[in-house]
Design a protein around this ligand. Structure first.
Ligand code: SAM
Length: 250
């Protein structure tokens, strides 16, 4: 269903093994408490391997994770909790009779939506699945910072007992589309026999300004309650690559 996160998904949790899912989940739970009204049910779009979703359930929420990559979903389904389930679908096409207290999309999922049409369909679909006053919280690449800091070629090396993974990221800037194509070349070396293989994936990431999100929110029936750097309370600006938005359904 999804064009990427296929073979890449096998190495996703290893590549992000140092990502602070516990701290991020506490941060989101705090936003839900601050801006929501007794949030209990959550739909998480782009739930990936299910790490945030499981932590939310362990903190008392009921969560449905929606994820378009079958490979990511297979890994997510290893997480087990009575109030946790996962569905194969996209943010724009998910259909359910449930109406949730909050919707989440974490770790740049919205930046994977590149066209205005996809974005509008996604925001309208999220709105449809929320109760009145429900929250939509997500983080995106922030234009001011992306244009100021400029994406660079990067190499990340990670390993476990069995393999070493080297991920080369080569970004191409499409200045007039607000899109960066991040071309990943991932080299996996088996430690026992030194055999190597490669995976290539391009992740096209759109970056956003606050007025752009304001417009989308307005068209889809939301208002922006709050924006800040993801994970901190810093004001969005030229140094804040990831910005978190808290929207409320009108
Ligand atoms: C960087 S990963 C984040 C996964 C997870 N939220 C996390 O924090 O680890 C981005 C995720 O967005 C998903 N995704 C991409 N396009 C999507 C879409 N149109 N609807 C829902 N999810 C999407 C990908 O399959 C992938 O799992």
């Amino acid at each position: 269903m999804s064009g990427n996160f296929n073979a890449y998904s096998s190495y996703y949790d290893l590549i992000y093994k140092d990502k602070d899912y516990v701290g991020e989940s506490e941060y989101i739970l705090n936003l839900l408490k601050t801006y929501g009204n007794n949030v209990q049910t959550v739909v998480e779009f782009g739930s990936g391997t299910g790490k945030h979703a499981l932590l939310f359930c362990q903190n008392g929420l009921s969560v449905v994770g929606v994820e378009p990559s079958q490979e990511m979903l297979n890994i997510a389904n290893n997480n087990s909790h009575p109030n946790l389930s996962f569905k194969l679908d996209t943010i724009a096409t998910y259909k359910s009779d449930n109406r949730y207290d909050a919707a989440l999309s974490l770790f740049h999922v919205i930046s994977y939506l590149n066209t205005n049409k996809e974005l509008r369909e996604a925001f309208e679909n999220v709105n449809k699945h929320l109760k009145e006053g429900g929250l939509f919280i997500f983080d995106v690449w922030y234009s001011a910072a992306v244009l100021n800091l400029v994406p660079e070629k990067r190499t990340k090396t990670i390993e476990n007992d069995l393999i070493q993974v080297v991920r080369y990221a080569n970004p191409i800037n499409h200045w007039n589309k607000n899109i960066i194509d991040v071309n990943y070349d991932i080299e996996i070396t088996e430690k026992n026999d030194k055999l190597k293989h490669h995976i290539k994936e391009t992740h096209s990431m759109r970056h956003f300004s606050i007025p752009e999100i304001e417009m989308l929110a307005h068209v889809a029936g939301f208002q922006i309650l709050h924006t800040e750097e993801f994970g901190t309370s810093n004001l969005p600006g030229p140094q804040t690559w990831g910005v978190c938005f808290v929207l409320k359904k009108l």
